[in-house]
Design a protein around this ligand. Structure first.
Ligand code: HEM
Length: 136
């Protein structure tokens, strides 16, 4: 995974911390069915998501941390009712929010790097699900 490209592109997209709130707007526009899963005020949630993404970037060289932390986070998400298909929706909307906010400076290589990284995060989170829910 290209940590430098991920870090540099996150800075382009997230210079004033407006990225994750915009992500939720896009998610709820494109996938209104997931809206009721979240609290009315997603701002605290947006801040937690941002912290989680930054923590993952800080630990890209630490597979034990990634497996443990994301597996635990995934187990909580099984309890929230997040299905495997919803992870694709989340990754798609996150990349869309980043590209929109970075504007002309965003490149296809950045989209590809984030799709790959979010796919890996999703895989590690789903590995924390009870086995029967992984393919739901
Ligand atoms: C890249 C994948 C994802 C990451 C990094 C992520 C991260 C987080 C974090 C850090 C929290 C804070 C609470 C906690 O520790 O459990 C959270 C909560 C939550 N996540 Fe995710 N998440 C991801 C994917 C998803 C997906 C696919 C869904 C399904 C639509 C989802 C739905 C939720 C819900 C419903 C909550 C609780 C919200 C609330 O209490 O209002 N997440 N997530």
């Amino acid at each position: 995974m290209d940590k430098e490209l991920l870090t540099a592109s996150l800075l382009l997209a997230d210079d004033d911390e407006g990225l994750t709130p915009r992500f939720y707007e896009i998610l709820f526009e494109r996938y209104p069915a997931v809206r009721p899963m979240f609290s009315a005020d997603v701002r605290p949630q947006a801040a937690m998501l941002r912290t989680a993404v930054v923590a993952v970037l800080d630990h890209l060289d630490d597979p034990a941390w990634l497996t443990q932390t994301l597996g635990t986070l995934g187990a909580k998400h099984a309890g929230y009712g997040a299905t495997p298909a919803m992870y694709d929706a989340v990754a798609e909307c996150m990349v869309a929010a980043m590209a929109e906010r970075a504007g002309a400076q965003w490149t296809p290589a950045m989209s590809a790097a984030w799709s790959e990284a979010l796919g890996a995060v999703s895989g590690l989170m789903l590995a924390g699900y009870p086995a029967q829910e992984r393919s739901a």
